[in-house]
Ligand binder design. Structure first.
Ligand code: AP5
Length: 217
């Protein structure tokens, strides 16, 4: 299966992606995670991306498209989930061109729908593990011991772009540039809209039901 997971910042893309890839043995290709790795390695791409990410703006399309095409090419499994990419209509068009050349197609686009107010509450309370990438929330999804990762005991950290000011700009960027991406895919008739203000497990159950049906089709 090849999937795209769309949604505002904080809609729960990363949380649901981790569950989907584990259940269906797919690769998780998160543009945000790849950019953060590039930054940690102080690569040329990472340094170019830094300023955009810290202000909540989008990294230029040409850098992202090349980076994600490279990630898809390197993926060991046939199936993958794209998380955070494409994020502009231009990125979608370029992805389509790349997939056509590679003789691959996208099976489903999942669109997580959420209110801005909930996003703000979720992102300012998000904590993640710098070692294994597990994502928690200080109220909604607490680790067993406060501030410590359940998987490996690492101290949890807050992302620098999860401040109130930067989240506001990320939301503005999302409404202006990324919402039209869902409409782009809707024209092709394979967008599955999901209300993302439900409990994490309820959303996972809905997605698994849909993906089970897709696998059997
Ligand atoms: P990226 O890392 O992709 O960030 P994002 O899209 O803003 O998404 P997030 O990772 O913040 O949220 P999420 O939807 O994964 O939510 P999560 O599951 O963690 O991008 C960062 C930056 O990189 C961008 O701003 C941009 O600069 C750049 N970039 C990336 N891709 C790009 C591209 N294609 N083009 C250009 N630039 C690009 O959940 C959030 C919190 O809510 C967690 O604490 C979680 O525990 C909690 N939660 C999740 N689900 C629920 C639920 N159902 N109920 C209650 N709490 C929940």
């Amino acid at each position: 299966m090849r999937l795209i997971l769309l949604g505002a910042p904080g809609a729960g893309k990363g949380t649901q992606c981790k569950r989907i890839v584990a259940e269906y043995n797919l690769s998780h290709l998160s543009s945000g995670d790849i950019l953060r790795q590039e930054r940690a390695q102080k690569s040329e791409l990472g340094q170019k991306a830094q300023e955009y990410m810290d202000s909540g703006s989008l990294v230029p399309d040409e850098l992202i498209v090349e980076m994600m095409a490279g990630a898809i090419k390197k993926t060991p499994q046939e199936g993958f989930v794209l998380d955070g990419f494409p994020r502009t209509v231009n990125q979608s068009v370029e992805l389509d061109k790349y997939l056509e050349k590679a003789n691959k197609t996208i099976d489903m686009v999942i669109n997580l729908i959420i209110d801005d107010q909930i996003v703000l509450q979720r992102l300012t309370g998000r904590r993640s593990c710098p070692t294994c990438g597990a994502v928690y929330h200080i109220e909604n999804l607490k680790p067993k011991v406060d501030g410590i990762c359940d998987n490996d005991g690492t101290r949890l950290v807050q992302r620098p772009d999860d401040t109130v000011e930067v989240v506001a700009n990320r939301l503005k960027t999302y409404h202006e540039q990324t919402e039209p991406v869902a409409d782009y895919y809707r024209q092709n008739g394979y967008v599955f809209d999901v209300q993302a203000d439900m409990d994490v497990d309820q959303i996972t159950d809905l997605l698994f039901d849909k993906l089970d049906a897709l696998q059997k089709a």
